[in-house]
Design a protein around this ligand. Structure first.
Ligand code: PSU
Ligand code: MN
Length: 348
């Protein structure tokens, strides 16, 4: 095909994408290339930019915690998203680990962001494309920015050599998923990528029993942290018993180490219940969730727009209480995740 035709095709493709409002500032940052340790880079790490601080920590075997960026640009409004992203990084540091927030900037996957890169992402909000595994080739080819979901963040964390990843909640099987087949790519990623995801479980906007069934099929070890029940994000209980329970960072680290020893290849879910002080808001949030679900159905919201739509409506309907609870649980997860990463580093 002639070059002109290619350019035209790319332009058509690009017109179907959400272009970020703030691309200029996102692209002005100078990324630090990870110096290859040998002449040949490990498979799949070509083109990955790892921040110097993160690369140094990994090389020295010090604890590193990966963080996702969809939660920043699609999960929370500005400026709370920026404040939370900064605080979560600070919590990780306070517990002795190095944070590595992951995103695609100008088509380049970045592991570890500078403060200005983090701010640009937070300001751009939903203008940045939400990127799961399937979207990586496109945003990379077209040089776009992308906020990575759990699936894409896990994949890039694994490529960089990071074993522990902290977020708020994972995607799951949506309600009605047995008919729509709307099952988050997070779940299949957990089945194939060796990263432990520390989260507060899955929101009750999802079908939690089917989410747990699907994770079992994918061979994913799911453990509740200090609890018998799998938590439902805003509430400590989901009505589902967790398949496993661990009570200390050392136990969680031992599970990760065992999985690595066998080269199982899959991930793990460490589900930390929301702190007690915040769980009180749970009942009000649950009511908002059922209303948001009804609205999504009436308006015919579909595909990757479902989760951001529900999150935003729940925040609006609860007058910010759900946002407050959300921020508190992510910070709590960051503390647990950093301790797990530290315990894992101590095993090596
Ligand atoms: N659940 C939350 N907050 C979030 C998400 C999920 O409580 O921000 C985001 C995560 O990035 C997750 C993604 O990976 O939504 C799942 O989207 P989907 O359901 O379209 O797979
Ligand atoms: Mn989906």
């Amino acid at each position: 095909m002639a070059q002109g035709q290619w350019v035209q095709r790319l332009a058509v493709l690009a017109s179907h994408l959400t272009i970020t409002a703030d691309r200029e500032s996102l692209q002005t940052c100078q990324p630090l290339e990870l110096a290859p340790t040998s002449s040949a880079q490990p498979a799949g790490t070509g083109g990955l930019v790892v921040a110097a601080e993160v690369a140094a920590a990994l090389a020295a075997g010090r604890p590193v915690v990966a963080l996702e960026s969809t939660i920043i640009s699609h999960g929370m409004p500005f400026p709370q998203n920026l404040e939370t992203a900064r605080q979560v990084e600070a919590v990780v540091r306070a517990h002795g680990a190095t944070p590595a927030t992951i995103a695609v900037l100008g088509g380049v996957p970045h592991v570890g962001l500078t403060p200005s890169q983090l701010e640009s992402l937070a300001r751009a909000g939903k203008a940045v494309r939400k990127v799961s595994r399937r979207d990586l080739p496109l945003v990379m080819a077209l040089g776009l920015d992308g906020a990575t979901t759990v699936s894409a963040t896990m994949l890039l964390a694994a490529r960089a050599g990071i074993a522990v990843f902290v977020t708020g909640g994972i995607g799951g099987v949506h309600r009605g998923g047995e008919a729509t087949m709307d099952i988050s790519a997070d779940l299949t990623e957990l089945g194939r990528t060796p990263v432990a995801v520390v989260c507060a479980g899955a929101k009750s906007v999802l079908d939690i029993p089917r989410t747990l069934e699907f994770l079992e099929t994918q061979g994913v070890c799911v453990a509740a942290y200090g609890a018998d029940e799998f938590p439902a994000f805003f509430t400590r209980c989901s009505g589902c018993r967790a398949p496993a329970r661990v009570d200390t960072p050392a136990q969680a680290a031992a599970m990760i180490a065992a999985s690595q020893k066998l080269a199982l290849g899959g991930g793990m879910v460490l589900a930390v219940p929301i702190p007690d002080e915040q769980a009180a808001a749970g009942a009000a949030v649950e009511r908002a969730i059922s209303q948001a679900l009804q609205e999504a159905e009436q308006r015919g919201v579909k595909g990757s727009e479902v989760t951001p739509f529900l999150l935003q409506r729940i925040q609006e309907l609860t007058g910010g209480r759900s946002l407050e609870a959300n921020i508190a649980l992510v910070k709590n997860n960051a503390a647990v995740g950093a301790r797990v990463a530290a315990a894992l580093a101590a095993l090596r």
